[in-house]
Design a protein around this ligand. Sequence first.
Ligand SMILES: Nc1ncnc2c1ncn2[C@@H]1O[C@H](COP(=O)(O)OP(=O)(O)OP(=O)(O)O)[C@@H](O)[C@H]1O
Ligand SMILES: [Mg+2]
Length: 223
Amino acid sequence: MIELREVSRIFESPAGESLTVLENLSCSFEAGLSVAIEGPSGSGKSTLLGLLAGLDQPTSGQVIVAGHALGSLGEAGLSRFRAQNLGFVFQAFHLLQHFSALQNVVIAGEIAGLQSPLKAAQEALARVGLERRMGHLPGQLSGGECQRVAIARAIVARPKILLCDEPTGSLDRVNASKVFDLLLALHQDLGSTLVLVTHDPHLADRLDRQLLLEGGRFVSGAA
Ligand SMILES: Nc1ncnc2c1ncn2[C@@H]1O[C@H](COP(=O)(O)OP(=O)(O)OP(=O)(O)O)[C@@H](O)[C@H]1O
Ligand SMILES: [Mg+2]
């Protein structure tokens, strides 16, 4: 289960002004669901996903993921929690450019403490259809292929929770649809909770729940 309790995130600008990006958000959803987060650019979707991943802390309120209040885990505890429970697909991929597709995925498996990170990485890359591209560097892969490497990296440790920030945002319609189908299939196979940020209402409608963020608040889907 994922729960937000009156979560706010306020950023200070360099000039000292405060910017309230998320304001008193509360909601919860059961483990195993698929949830879309929608909202205009700048509405705080990536900020919210960062809070769910424990990559950032709320200014006030609590984020509780799989029974853990993230604010009380501490840095080392959070790192362990992330490695063991979460897969994150970033808006801009964030692959290591000097490492092959395979190495990018193996490293994530090592960090998660897998017994056979190489085997798990090969399986994850095969699962996303990249068994013949494992030795390529990210710069030698297409955008859609990089996106699939990022997904393989996120699923290598079979996470309970898969967080995806516009995983199809940089793809054409056909490839976006393929990547989306793949994420849904993985979510079903792994039984993991899927939280996915998207601007595409057609894709969002294929998930179990839709949360709409506007002006720092949920305007629908949270109740
Ligand atoms: N570290 C930061 N410091 C200051 N302001 C920030 C920081 N991170 C995000 N913001 C601000 O918070 C707001 C929300 O940003 P966020 O990236 O969460 O939006 P988004 O909904 O993901 O947008 P997009 O659809 O364009 O990806 C923006 O106005 C942004 O400038
Ligand atoms: Mg964003």
